[in-house]
Design a protein around this ligand. Structure first.
Ligand SMILES: Cc1cc2nc3c(=O)[nH]c(=O)nc-3n(C[C@H](O)[C@H](O)[C@H](O)COP(=O)(O)OP(=O)(O)OC[C@H]3O[C@@H](n4cnc5c(N)ncnc54)[C@H](O)[C@@H]3O)c2cc1C
Length: 287
């Protein structure tokens, strides 16, 4: 196996293009190194992107939007008070990942590119309407996060493409988000169901909403009908019931020992209601 330390994202792309065999980028390594140790995947070429200048930076731009470098760890996100105040749901989703040790390494981009339908930060990125800056052999492109997952363990990234940053829009003055997951244990487990909610208020009424669910379909998915169920409501019982129904209708889970189809589908509705209440409460407390 060859190991390279990329000096820039363009250099990472060149190294990937020149490589023979299986290529993996190394961000935190918390998926790659586990796969390597377990001999599930043995990369022929490993391209470390952590040393690229700026890759570990979190920046708030002039328009209030955020650029999070591909090598920024969950621990760094949690320590960034301004980001956490604006996008608490995204930060809490990332901080459900693993243990303190894993947190020091795991990244948003690694979580996204690993392609797990149960990835915790991905529903939160979808609900936040995040996009990624991709650098590849054909130059740079900006893609909504919702267009990256394409199936279990699969993404729409083309050969040799690397994500440089995750970009979050500016948070609205009346907006907030939340993420909840259900796991059978108290920690260190994979989501049986995950749900992220992002809301913007106009007075007490919900003016905009985005809902995303994880672990209940082959990919993390946005549920527009669930968002529609909340618009113009004050999150009353009727809106909450319509939200749960829409979320359950969007579920297409697997049946396994960690949760049956019926169980995952039921829990998805409950989690969506709880996450919506948290996001609503957070948004109202800003008014
Ligand atoms: C003990 C333990 C517990 C865990 N718990 C959870 C959990 O609760 N929830 C959860 O969602 N995950 C969990 N994980 C999985 C893992 O920690 C996360 O998926 C993490 O976010 C991966 O990030 P990373 O930077 O370590 O990725 P890496 O391992 O570095 O990379 C993962 C994949 O993404 C690709 N990649 C990385 N960066 C880029 C980039 N910039 N551009 C293109 N491709 C890229 C790599 O080629 C690789 O295929 C756990 C892992 C461990 C070991």
């Amino acid at each position: 196996m060859q190991y390279h330390t990329a000096t820039s994202f363009e250099n990472a792309v060149d190294l990937a293009q020149a490589a023979q065999g299986t290529v993996r980028f190394l961000a935190g390594g918390t998926d790659v190194l586990v796969q390597l140790r377990g001999e599930f995947i043995t990369p022929d070429v490993l391209i470390d992107i952590k040393q690229i200048p700026g890759a570990a930076d979190i920046q708030c731009l002039e328009d209030g939007s955020w650029q999070i470098g591909a090598a920024v760890s969950g621990a760094q996100l949690d320590e960034h008070e301004a980001l956490k105040a604006e996008w608490p749901g995204l930060v809490e989703a990332m901080n459900l990942i693993g243990s303190t040790q894993v947190q020091g390494r795991a990244t948003l981009t690694g979580n996204l590119c690993n392609g797990s339908p149960a990835a915790d930060s991905v529903p939160a990125m979808l609900a936040a309407n995040a996009s990624v800056a991709i650098i590849g052999p054909d130059g740079q492109r900006q893609v909504p996060v919702k267009d990256i997952p394409s199936g279990p363990g699969k993404t729409t990234l083309k050969s040799g493409e690397v994500i440089a940053t995750v970009n979050l829009p500016a948070q609205s003055a009346s907006g907030a988000d939340a993420y909840l997951r259900f796991i059978p244990r108290t920690e260190m487990d994979i989501a049986v169901v995950g749900c992220a909610v992002s809301l913007e208020l106009d007075g007490p009424q919900i003016a905009k909403a985005r809902i995303a669910i994880g672990a209940v379909a082959p990919t993390v998915r946005s549920v527009e009908s669930a968002a529609d169920a909340l618009i113009d409501s004050t999150l009353d019982d009727e809106a909450l019931a319509a939200l749960a129904t829409a979320v359950r209708e969007a579920c297409d889970p697997i049946n396994d020992k960690r949760g049956t189809i019926e169980y995952r589908t039921h829990v998805a509705g409950v989690l969506a209601q709880r996450a919506a209440k948290i996001a609503y409460h957070r948004a109202r407390s800003k008014l």
